[in-house]
Ligand binder design. Structure first.
Ligand code: HEM
Length: 431
């Protein structure tokens, strides 16, 4: 308890400093502070001590139905909710069906016959060699992108998402998934991002977000259909079509499109945003960026990965995972009525001193089980192994550059997904 008290006091001090440094009236300042990971971590440290089960009358995730909100910030509670999938269900079904034209994608399904049918079918079309192919693609394209952005004098500048961090997952969608279908890489990135925004980050249910997502869904669905005829035999799409033709109901015509659409949404904006967030966090810590640079120069991908995953612990792509109570139940001593939106704050769980040593310190190489970077339990990210392998591969050539620095902060053009993030390097600026 004293650890949590100390962290809460530190959190209060950090909040006060951040609020004083922000601009505008008190509401605007609070919104600004709670909109950045440092402010979120500070507020959650206070909640872990003072109000670990914070009940609110309003549903904070307006894009999905829910009766009020319960925010959970302690690691044990976050893990418990994600583990009790039968009682705390995923909420994404309605929006997922709106994008597919009616068919469920397994992220929107509770564990059961259909969930298992579709996830097992997807496992059956992945090949043990796929990961190595994707990794080779990431290494090759990352090296080429950084080389193309470098001058003969050893200086360079890169706009991370279009040149590398979104481009490589989009190439993965084309070359591994087999979805080409007449969409340019730029359009594929923009569309997958609009779809992800609609499904996971449209907290205020804004009509403009829906309109963009519907247009994007129409384009991506059409591209998947168009790619069926041309997909190379060693792609997920071709394998899915072959199984569908052999009578696998998970891959009937609607099923093939739905599975591909779900994977595309999960793959592109996540890896791109994770790359930007990790680099941004590393650059805020001189010791960390030096260490990552050393590992990158040594070509040590696993060690680069340890720096990136530790950076993401401070600023994960999904700081909170949403669930809804399917029936009246309890979490510890707290009553949770049916329909309550339950927010499992994985960012907070990864900083809970009860389970993580020295949580405020940047310590690459923590046991990987302590990271909740892409969910846990039944719905743990399907791309888990891909993420662990290709994030370091994608970022190693860039981190190997001396004097890496931020030219301008990540820019999402009004969305939570960076579309531009300019970085530069060069010995002249190296310290
Ligand atoms: C750093 C990159 C990524 C992050 C941060 C991330 C994050 C997540 C999270 C938090 C979940 C769980 C959602 C929940 O429980 O409500 C999830 C599930 C999922 N992700 Fe990822 N993801 C990433 C990359 C990928 C990639 C590369 C793919 C596809 C190749 C992918 C496909 C999926 C799918 C299909 C699910 C649903 C799993 C299920 O319901 O069983 N993700 N991801």
């Amino acid at each position: 308890m004293s650890g949590r008290l100390g962290a809460a006091l530190d959190g209060l001090l950090a909040l006060a400093r951040l609020v004083l440094g922000a601009r505008g009236g008190m509401r605007a300042r609070l919104r600004a502070v709670l909109g950045v990971p440092e402010g979120q971590r500070a507020a959650m440290a206070v909640l872990r001590f003072a109000k670990p089960h914070l009940a609110l009358k309003s549903n904070l995730v307006a894009c999905y139905e829910g009766e009020g909100t319960l925010l959970l910030t302690r690691a044990a509670d976050v893990r418990e909710v994600l583990a009790r999938e039968a009682e705390f269900a995923v909420v994404y079904g309605p929006r997922m069906r709106a994008l597919t034209g009616g068919r469920d994608f397994f992220l929107g399904l509770q564990d059961g016959e259909l969930y298992r049918r579709d996830t097992e079918a997807l496992a059956a079309i992945t090949d043990p060699d796929d990961l190595a192919r994707v990794l080779a693609l990431a290494r090759r394209e990352a090296a080429a992108a950084v080389e193309a952005a470098s001058s003969a004098e050893g200086e360079g500048a890169i706009d991370l998402p279009p040149a590398l961090a979104a481009r490589i997952p989009a190439l993965m969608v084309q070359q591994w998934f087999g979805v080409t279908g007449g969409l340019s890489l730029e359009q594929l990135v923009a569309d997958a991002t609009a779809l992800f925004h609609y499904l996971f980050s449209d907290l205020r249910a804004e009509p403009e977000v829906s309109t963009k997502a519907m247009a994007a869904a129409a384009r991506v669905n059409a591209a998947i259909e168009k790619s069926r005829a041309t997909a190379a035999p060693d792609t997920l799409l071709a394998r899915a079509c072959a199984r569908g033709a052999a009578g696998d109901p998970a891959f009937d015509a609607d099923g093939v499109r739905t599975q591909m659409l779900g994977l595309i949404i999960g793959a592109i904006p996540t890896l791109s945003k994770a790359s930007c967030l990790a680099i941004e966090e590393l650059l805020q810590r001189p010791g960390a960026i030096k260490g990552a640079e050393r590992a990158a120069r040594a070509g040590d991908e696993p060690r680069v990965g340890e720096y990136l995953f530790e950076a993401l612990r401070f600023s994960p792509v999904n700081p909170i995972i949403y669930r809804r109570a399917v029936a009246d139940t309890t979490i510890g001593a707290t009553r949770v009525p049916k329909g309550r939106m339950v927010l499992a704050a994985n960012l907070s769980a990864m900083h809970d001193g009860e389970v993580v040593d020295a949580p405020d310190q940047f310590r690459p190489g923590r046991p990987f089980e302590q990271y909740l970077l892409w969910g846990m339990g039944v719905h743990r990210c399907w791309g888990d192994q891909v993420n662990r392998a290709i994030l370091p591969a994608m970022l190693l050539p860039l981190l190997a550059k001396p004097g890496l620095r931020q030219v301008s902060p990540p820019d999402g053009a009004g969305t939570p997904f960076p579309c531009h993030y300019w970085l530069a390097w060069g010995l002249r600026s190296s310290t």
